[in-house]
Structure formats: C-alpha cells, structure tokens
Ligand binder design. Sequence first.
Ligand SMILES: Cc1cc2nc3c(=O)[nH]c(=O)nc-3n(C[C@H](O)[C@H](O)[C@H](O)COP(=O)(O)O)c2cc1C
Length: 206
Amino acid sequence: MNEQKEAVFTAEEFLVSRRSVRQYEKGHVLSDEELNELLELASRAPSSWNLQHWRYFVIRDQANKERLLPIAYGQQQVVDASAVVVVLGDLEANKVAPDVFAEAEPRIRDMMIQQIEGAYANNPALARDEAVRNGSLAAMQLMLAARAKGYDTVPMGGYDQNAFVREFKVPERYIPVVMIPIGKAAQPGRETGRLPLAHQVFHESF
Ligand SMILES: Cc1cc2nc3c(=O)[nH]c(=O)nc-3n(C[C@H](O)[C@H](O)[C@H](O)COP(=O)(O)O)c2cc1C
C-alpha cells in the first residue's frame, strides 16, 4: 500500500507553518471529492446572522486558468495551481434569510428576517462590508482547510477585479473578495515576519 504518512502538527504549529506558496506542481489534479471537502470545511466559518455571504467561483480548467493570467498581472500561480477559487461576497445576503431560518420557530424567524431586512434596506455600504467581512472569514478557513489536507494556497488581491468580473461574467449580486490558488507546493513559501505585538495591540484605550 502506498500510503503517504501525513505530518501531525499541534494546532499552534499548524497556524505558524502556513505560508503563501507561489510555486505549484503543474498538472496536479484536485478531485471533485477533495474540492468539495475543502469547500464544506471553509463553509463552517461563522457569518453575520449565519447568512453565509461567501460564494466560491472555482476554476480548474487549464484554459480558464490561462484566461486568469493577464487579469492577475501575470502571476504564474494562477496557471500552475490545481485550482483557483475566487471567493465572492453576496451583496444580497438578506435574500437568503428565509432559507437560513426555515427551520426556526416562526416568531423567531420573522423577527430575524425583519431585523436583517432593516439592516440591509437602503444600505449598500453595509451590504458590501458584510460581503467582504464574511467572505474573508470563509477564505481564511479555506486556506487552513487546504493546509490540513496537504495543500497550500496564496491569498491574492493583486488582480484586476473589474476585468475578472467582465471576463467571467460575474453577476452584479456578487463581488470578488479574494482569489485563492490551491495546489501542491513545488517550492515552500518564503518565511515572513510579523510586526511586534506592541505595534498591533491597543489595551483598553488609545
Ligand atoms: C488580501 C491579500 C492580498 C494578497 N495579494 C497577493 C498577491 O496578489 N500576490 C501574492 O503573491 N501574494 C499576495 N498576498 C500574500 C501576502 O503577500 C502574504 O500573505 C504576506 O506576505 C504574508 O506571508 P504569508 O502568507 O506567507 O504568511 C496577499 C495577501 C492578502 C491577505
């Protein structure tokens, strides 16, 4: 049996060892089963009112990855990775509320729907913030899920969002949040540092 032994990480090692990987084994296939497993795990992310604002636009076809290359300013990882998942955010997540609360007690369901509709009414800034905020949580979880399953990723904002929307005919309801190539690393990601905590944290007051 050719069973590959998987490394066992502590949760801490797992988080610290993630790196953005930009070189991938060309031609490695991410199966439907593996892809669905990753997306199911990503979708366990939390979201406001559980509206699950993320959508996944999945590109595995080589010709479609090539279409991405100029849009991503020539960043080769979009062509070499097994899949590129563009996490989209739903600008009309309020419309999903009846499905999300379908099983809830009618009184609770109606209250939640009313609250959500109130928040979304005439508030495109909120809709956009929510789409990006909640989409980003799923994106991070997708990257960690990939890592847990022996894959690597790189989050990408360096692409022409308008060109992507035009080229792939993304409906107006959705906005691109982040582009994530997923694949088997051909080269490890380079180590990066972080600013000291003192630079990042404010305790109690400014
Ligand atoms: C929103 C966002 C956009 C990014 N865009 C790109 C990109 O277009 N191309 C790229 O190679 N890396 C991109 N990165 C990866 C960052 O360079 C990387 O996360 C950072 O240097 C820290 O390295 P690490 O991910 O290995 O810890 C992006 C990261 C984030 C979170």
